[in-house]
Design a protein around this ligand. Structure first.
Ligand code: ADP
Length: 246
């Protein structure tokens, strides 16, 4: 690939500030709303920088076809979908290798904290729709889905919080935008973490990482996920404390 001269010369961090004015350890603005879809058992909308993501949960319900049932616990199904208009190049509707991969890793990231044994033979469907994307959409999807699962009343050992850390222009940064992900030396590390238990449920990596950067990246990811977790809890409190007070 021939790298654009513009990208090679770009300063991704200048006097401690990034291209969008954030500090290296700062998240984009995140707003979470719970219970946004009437027909779903649980739902959430997450606006994360320019990312706009809906998550809807249906179930526990009868698991069909029957041969996919598990007699001991509920089956969690997760579908990540990018709307055709979510990025500047139109996305072909339907499954892609990327959406299948993201759906699988996101399901595994959430499954660990859910008490699925309470609902044998059932299915829990999670639909994540990316309406607008600007990097970090899988993290925003997992974050929204975990809140939607809590809203649906699925018992869990903790909320799963996600964010991406990475490197651009030689700097370790939290929560990269698409512009930063397009840096010639970019490394992208999406992480899902359970602040209540200190467990990692997802660590992926794009690019080449040097051992010396690992500890710093993971420490930053934990800090980012803890901040995301705080937003998730506040959003749930806002809905349910409001209902209790009414
Ligand atoms: P994530 O959104 O979790 O960071 P990727 O690293 O695969 O996942 O994608 C980074 C970003 O690249 C996406 O958020 C989106 O803005 C953009 N992108 C992904 N797939 C496409 C595509 N098929 N066409 C155009 N842009 C895309």
């Amino acid at each position: 690939m021939i790298l654009g001269k513009k990208n090679q010369e770009k300063k991704y961090v200048d006097k401690g500030k990034r291209l969008d004015g954030r500090k290296t350890d700062e998240l984009r603005q995140i707003d979470i709303e719970v219970g946004v879809i009437d027909q779903a058992d649980g739902s959430a909308f997450v606006q994360w920088g320019k990312n706009k993501v809906y998550a809807a949960v249906y179930g526990p319900k009868e698991c069909l076809p029957r041969h996919t049932q598990n007699p001991l616990k509920a089956v969690l199904r997760y579908k990540y979908n990018m709307a055709p208009f979510s990025v500047s190049d139109r996305i072909r509707p339907g499954y892609s290798r990327r959406s299948v991969e993201i759906s699988k890793v996101s399901r595994l990231a959430l499954e660990k904290t859910l008490v699925l044994e309470d609902f044998p033979k059932t299915a829990i469907d999670v639909f994540v729709e990316i309406i607008q994307a600007d990097a970090g959409s899988r993290a925003a999807g997992i974050t929204a889905a975990s809140v939607a699962l809590a809203d649906a009343g699925i018992p869990m050992t903790g909320l799963v919080s996600a964010c991406a850390v990475g490197k651009a222009g030689g700097h370790i940064i939290l929560d990269m935008t698409k512009e930063e992900e397009d840096a010639p030396d970019a490394i992208d590390l999406p992480v899902a973490y359970v602040p209540e238990t200190g467990e990692f449920t997802l660590v992926q990596m794009d690019g080449e990482l040097q051992r010396k950067d690992w500890d710093e990246l993971i420490e930053l990811a934990v800090k980012g996920c803890e901040m995301v977790g705080e937003k998730q809890r506040l959003a749930l409190k806002k809905k349910y404390e409001g209902e209790v007070n009414e």
